[in-house]
Design a binder for this molecule. Structure first.
Ligand code: ADP
Ligand code: MG
Length: 586
């Protein structure tokens, strides 16, 4: 077969342009991406071979080799994984299928500096090879197909790539990077080992490099490292989560987080446990410090990797974590699930349900723990003591940080997770009319309730300013009654699911006739009744005049300075929600 030239999909060309033209400060991530692809390819083979062991052919080993050739200025990453057919190479290395990369592309601002930081954060998979290479050659043969059905894919990273059929004896893929003049520093065994240790230590396959020895130069030539022909594993290749907690340092936990999340920042906190009981599993769960750019994307994947007895099964195992905890990253390794478990099976498995329940509880406990130790938080939730351990001190401020990033997502849980609704409600924080500049919880609010007050009052609005200045608050201000100010888009929806907190009903100040109950004294009540009576004829006229626009017109005691305000019926859709639906075109 002859060589064929194909054009990259427009988005790929755009991405490549960015990759090659950005002043790139974090070049070395290309190795992380390529090794992770090699490792994925081995995982895929292992998985397919569960149903067809003949796919291994005469090569039972799954491994990754990293080698370099100083004279040719090339760096090669070879794996014995699943490999690619010609068609697969054309599709996988010429288009962007991943929604994550697409979302990344949409995020690009056109500002080189900001954009290149984005690449560093999210990685752009295979294409990151072009950060350091001006030409990439991929040779591959898929497991199970004849040696003569191999493929060679070559591209200079501009608009197109060439593909031709080759004979390749070995199963799997090698990726050869022809390094740019300014990237020659990667032709160095020591440097490569360092990078692998940093990003790929947790990869559970051996990553092999050829051993080198120092050789003195002869005839006044400087000495150099020379290859010995012997290969050695340069990663630990043992899955971090399988080790005992006491043998793992904080640094190692953090590095592992960065490796699995592609995040550059340290996580806020993590929890590592072996759970025994009805079903046995290990969980290592992290709460990130920063929200990812695609947190609100509809097809945003869950961040949990599923393993069964250390064998990688799948990424984004959404059955293991509910939507409202989609920001959690980590690993769950089950001892009981079958290795050939599919996504469909996961949805139905009783073990999975137990694991999921256990993991949700664990995440909520982590959050409760952060909230308890956050002294920036006002009120009773924070345990303010003078003696605090180093460990506790490190937790200060973290809950507010978490809440600013993920609070709105957590609220979705009120609707999604009935069983944990009360625990979630306790974790919520709101601005309030009496707590300037700090947020408060329902529990704290309750401690400040006035004598005779029998509801938690709240108002929803688009912005904090709009909430604070609402005429509906006038009577509450006058009486010094605190009102929670809710300004997240999800508040309105989420509060449909919470009618009370710890026995105290929640009451919107914008709905129905506000019944101030015992908070109104006798004279006020009487005045209100008299006013209602006196205004009857006027109200009837107004009602007639507004009959297409308003359901009812009535005298109110909720206003102090303003002449009139709009309210909705009890149980009716709030103005805020109606506006939201209107915006959404409903
Ligand atoms: P991702 O790994 O997130 O899918 P990449 O850009 O890193 O995205 O890789 C694109 C695709 O190319 C992979 O999904 C895979 O199908 C294919 N691929 C890349 N490297 C290899 C490899 N070493 N062996 C087999 N397939 C590979
Ligand atoms: Mg990849």
């Amino acid at each position: 077969m002859t060589k064929q030239t194909h054009s990259f999909q427009a988005e790929v060309a755009q991405l490549l342009h960015l990759v090659t033209h950005s002043l790139y400060s974090n070049q070395e991530i290309f190795l992380r991406e390529l090794i992770s692809n090699a490792s994925d390819a081995c995982d895929k083979l292992r998985f397919e071979a569960l149903g067809d062991a003949s796919l291994y052919g005469d090569q039972p080993k799954l491994e990754v080799r990293v080698s370099f050739d100083k004279a040719a200025k090339t760096l090669t990453i070879t794996d014995t994984g699943i490999g690619m057919t010609e068609q697969e190479a054309i599709e996988n290395l010429g288009t962007i299928a991943k929604s994550g990369t697409k979302a990344f592309m949409e995020k690009l601002s056109g500002d080189q500096k900001a954009d290149s930081q984005l690449i560093g954060q999210f990685g752009v998979g295979f294409y990151s090879g072009f950060i350091v290479a001006d030409k990439i050659t991929v040779e591959s043969r898929r497991a199970g197909v004849a040696a003569s059905e191999g493929v060679r894919w070559v591209s200079g990273g501009a608009g197109d790539f060439d593909v031709e059929q080759i004979t390749r004896e070995e199963r799997g893929t090698s990726i050869t990077l022809h390094l740019r003049p300014e990237a020659q520093e990667f032709l160095n065994g020591y440097k490569l080992k360092q990078i692998i240790a940093k990003y790929s230590d947790h990869i559970s396959l051996p990553i092999l490099m050829e051993k080198e020895e120092w050789k003195e130069g002869e005839n006044d030539q400087p000495g150099d490292m020379v290859k010995t022909g012997e290969w050695e594993a340069v990663n630990k290749a043992n899955a971090l989560w399988t080790r005992a907690k006491k043998d793992i340092s904080d640094e190692q936990y953090k590095d592992f987080y960065k490796a699995i999340s592609h995040d550059f920042e340290d996580p806020l906190t993590w929890s590592h446990n072996r759970v025994e009981g009805n079903t046995e599993y290990t969980q290592l769960l992290y709460i990130p410090a920063k929200a990812p750019f695609d947190l609100y994307q509809r097809d945003k994947h869950a961040g949990i990797k599923l393993y069964v007895k250390r064998v990688f099964i799948m990424d984004d195992a959404e059955a293991l974590m509910p939507q409202y905890l989609r920001f959690v990253k980590g690993v769950i390794d089950s001892a009981d699930l079958p290795l050939n478990v599919s996504r469909e099976l996961l949805q139905e498995s009783r073990d999975v349900k137990l694991i999921r329940d256990g993991s949700v509880k664990r995440v909520l406990s982590m959050l409760e723990d952060l909230a308890k130790h956050d002294r920036h938080e006002a009120g009773t939730d924070a345990e303010v003591t003078d003696v605090v351990s180093e460990e506790d001190k490190a937790k200060e401020g973290k809950y507010s940080q978490f809440y600013a990033e993920f609070g709105a997502v957590l609220k979705e849980g009120l609707g999604e997770d009935m069983a944990n609704r009360d625990r979630i409600a306790k974790l919520l924080r709101f601005a309030s009319t009496t707590q300037d500049g700090v947020v408060t919880s329902f529990a704290d609010y309750k401690t400040r309730m006035k004598e005779g007050q029998d509801a938690i009052y709240y108002i929803t609005a688009d912005t904090l300013a709009a909430a604070k200045n609402s005429p509906q608050l006038e009577v509450f201000k006058k009486k010094g009654i605190e009102v929670l100010l809710m300004t997240d888009r999800v508040d309105e929806w989420a509060l449909n699911f919470v009618h009370e907190f710890d026995g105290t009903p929640l009451q919107s100040v914008a709905k129905g006739a506000v019944d101030l109950g015992k908070l109104q004294d006798e004279t006020e009540k009487k005045a209100a009744e008299e006013a209602a009576e006196a205004f009857k004829p006027v109200l009837a006229k107004l009602k007639e005049a507004l009959k297409d626009k308003a359901e009812d017109v009535r005298a109110t005691s909720r206003l102090v300075d303003s002449p009139a305000c709009l309210v909705v019926q009890d149980g009716g859709m709030s103005l805020q929600l109606a506006r939201m639906l209107k915006q959404a075109g409903q």
